[in-house]
Design a protein around this ligand. Structure first.
Ligand code: XMP
Length: 318
């Protein structure tokens, strides 16, 4: 029987013992797992935990600054690194989903390695790995570092990968992580955030990525997600987001013919992301959201709603 309070006491003591006065570097993603891992490590070793939060230019609207401020407010020793341009450069001209994922993974490793090199005498790499990740990475790739290795194909492992690993959450399931987070006093809004993929909006922009497309999708996504929150629908949805399609469609605005982008909205119910059903969002809500998107976001003249379940359709479109 899992009790978050006892877990916190035990794991903090264990981390203290394991790490001593050494330094730990940890990458924060804005998600639940890395945040809870950071707060636990911070409780164990204080400012010897060095957190790095990278803006890959593919986050939701205003997310980098607001999450960074939130981290600072929690007392974490965190450095925000805006590497957007590096990611856009790495993505330029790529339209294959796996090529995009790879470019993003490599760029992240390079940025993180550069940052880790600026810290001296770091001994440990902190990670927000949870139990399902442990199982998945072992069964899918033959070991936790295998995927990262295949991404990093220039000159062997980056230095931070040679650090000793600390993973305070590696025995926990997601709901247990949330309960631990609540016990630690982490903002319920942060703990209740929808899952968001590491490659971010890049896998919701079908085809190649440009900063202009990212900006359009950020606006659309913000209208959709804020609308879900305002209508008390956010918490009954497992994951939601918008997808920018690589097609233009004809529309009419006043007496002008338009030829602009189509966006799809997706909202799913799920327990683990392995299977998912599309959510029957109220028509009124869909109507209001569609009108708002078309009226406010320049470059979009049509909104569609994805009514596919997983399987066979995946949650993300790429
Ligand atoms: P799919 O699209 O496979 O997604 O049904 C299942 C869950 O995984 C997330 N997802 C990813 N997360 N890197 C990530 O960190 C990725 O490349 C990636 N692809 C999908 C997706 O958002 C959903 O929660």
């Amino acid at each position: 029987n899992f009790t978050p309070k006892a877990f916190v006491e035990e794991i903090v003591a264990e981390m203290k013992e394991k790490i001593g006065t050494d330094k730990v570097v940890l990458g924060l993603s804005g998600g639940v797992d890395s945040t809870v891992a950071a707060v636990l490590l911070n409780k164990a070793i204080g400012n010897n935990l060095y957190c790095i939060f990278v803006n890959n230019g593919l986050l939701r609207k205003n997310e980098f600054q607001s999450v960074l401020d939130q981290y600072k407010g929690m007392g974490l020793n965190v450095k925000g690194v805006d590497a957007s341009q590096r990611f856009y450069d790495a993505l330029a001209g790529l339209d294959d989903p796996e090529a995009k994922r790879k470019a993003i993974g490599n760029a992240f490793i390079e940025v993180f390695d550069d940052e880790a090199h600026q810290l001296t005498d770091v001994k440990f790499l902190g990670q927000g790995t949870i139990y399902p990740d442990v199982i998945e990475s072992v069964s899918a790739t033959g070991g936790p570092s295998a995927t990262i290795k295949s991404h990093h194909n220039v000159g062997g492992l980056p230095d931070f990968m040679k650090l000793k690993i600390v993973e305070p959450l590696r025995m926990l399931f997601k709901d247990e992580v949330r309960r631990v987070g609540a016990t630690l006093g982490i903002d319920p809004e942060l703990l209740g955030r929808h899952p968001f993929p590491g490659p971010g909006l890049a896998i919701r922009i079908l085809g190649d990525i440009t900063p202009e497309k990212v900006a359009i999708l950020q606006e659309v996504d913000a209208i959709f997600i804020n609308g879900l929150k305002e209508h008390n629908l956010y918490n009954s949805v497992w994951q939601a987001g918008a997808i920018l399609l690589p097609v233009n469609s004809v529309g009419v605005m006043g007496d002008e013919r338009t030829y602009e982008k189509v966006v799809a909205l997706r909202a799913v119910e799920s327990t683990d992301g392995m299977t998912a059903d599309w959510v029957h969002l109220p028509y009124e809500f869909l109507m209001k959201t569609s009108n708002e998107i078309i009226n406010k976001v320049k470059g979009v003249n049509r909104v569609v709603y994805d009514i596919s379940s997983k399987p066979p359709a995946t949650i993300e479109w790429e």
